[in-house]
Design a binder for this molecule. Structure first.
Ligand SMILES: [Zn+2]
Length: 375
């Protein structure tokens, strides 16, 4: 048994504790969380100077694209960004960049990740760095028979504009009836295509000689997924940047999780996800970094800071970056400091003594503070 003590402890599902402590057994399982004065009896005390919290969960990344760091300019919307990505992505694939990214994630207190793969290259690097992983084997523009899922991975559709009804249904059937993860409502071009069969995606398909296997459904993306019966409590709806209120309400009703990637959205489309409407709709929320092709780092605390600057509540954001992500990845032992969980305790910063609002400090400045994994 080890007792970790600090000026501030953030249990996440309970209010911050000043002069708090977390008692962990030899497996890193939380035995008790509370004031240091009542936990000191449990074992040797290790004093820390920072803020203690559960390890972070990144619920959407593409570590495989790490070699594209700063090589895919944005700001003109999703379709122009996709054009540049397609022209750049295979140019210099670099497994070493992915390994560096995995080590970086671990060094920033990220303990679990939902990582999208197209080439199956990086799961090993992530595990070696000590992360728990949900590998999402992404399918784009499937033609003919659906190939088997990669070992240990969940096959998922890329989006509603690159996967038709039969692919969406078949992939959902492989993951318990609902699509496990999908990019959706990232840019207005998606709904323009699905509703009216025109716009930037129609132009992109014509350019690339893509012939959709069926006419678009005449529904917005979330309504279409629901009409196909593939939307459910396990579904991670990545982005939702331009989702309308009816779509958000439907997603909430189905128990799906919104995975927000605000820095990526700002880079590609110049807007932030509607976090206030998403919160008001009662949606479950997690945070993701997306890839280095659209975000400056893979540290979800950067995304927390982005939304905190926009006015989102620090406690809500930190819950999304920990407990929300753990629930999204179906890793219920992570995400909170509470008895019986194994949350991979981390420390942020080294001078928490003078803080009056540790939640606001972590939300606004945590991304720039030193991070350390303690268990
Ligand atoms: Zn993505």
């Amino acid at each position: 048994m080890k007792v970790h003590a600090a000026p501030w402890v953030l249990p996440i599902l309970a209010p911050p504790l000043r002069d708090g402590a977390v008692a962990l057994d030899e497996h890193g399982v939380v035995v008790e969380v509370g004031p240091l004065r009542s936990l000191a009896r449990l074992g040797p005390v290790r004093e820390h100077a920072g803020v203690l919290l559960p390890g972070l969960v990144n619920a959407h990344a593409h570590v495989e694209l790490s070699h594209l760091n700063e090589r895919v300019p944005g700001g003109d919307g999703l379709v122009p960004w996709i054009r540049t990505l397609l022209a750049t992505r295979d140019a210099a694939a670099d497994p070493a960049a992915a390994r560096r990214a995995a080590i970086y994630l671990a060094s920033r207190g990220t303990v679990a990740i939902a990582d999208v793969t197209n080439a199956g290259l990086v799961a090993g690097a992530l595990r070696e760095a000590g992360l728990e992983v949900l590998i999402l084997d992404e399918r784009v523009a499937v033609r003919g028979e659906l190939a088997p899922s990669r070992d240990g991975a969940v096959a998922v559709p890329h989006s509603t504009y690159t996967c038709g009804a039969s692919t969406l249904r078949a992939l959902a059937a492989r993951s318990g009836g609902c699509v496990r993860s999908i990019h959706v409502e990232e840019d207005p071009a998606e709904a323009t295509w699905l509703l009216e069969a025109r716009g930037p995606f129609a132009e992109l398909f014509a350019e690339r000689g893509v012939i959709p296997d069926a006419p678009p459904p005449g529904l917005r993306p979330i309504a279409w997924l629901d009409a196909l019966g593939v939307l459910g409590p396990g579904s991670l709806l990545v982005h939702l940047t331009v989702a309308d209120n009816a779509s958000l309400a439907l997603a909430a009703q189905r128990g799906a999780t919104a995975v927000l990637c605000p820095r990526s959205n700002r880079h590609i489309t110049g807007r932030l996800p509607p976090w206030d409407r998403i919160r008001a709709a009662g949606l479950r929320v997690a945070l993701g970094s997306d890839s280095l092709a659209s975000s400056p780092t893979l540290d979800v605390l950067g995304d927390v800071a982005e939304l905190a600057r926009a006015g989102a509540d620090p406690a809500w954001l930190l819950e999304a970056a920990t407990h929300g992500g753990a629930r999204a990845l179906a890793l219920p032992h992570l995400g909170a400091l509470a008895a019986g969980l194994r949350p991979r305790l981390i420390e942020l910063g080294d001078a928490a003594r003078g803080l009056s609002d540790p939640l606001a400090w972590v939300a606004h400045e945590g991304a720039d503070a030193p991070a350390r994994r303690l268990a």
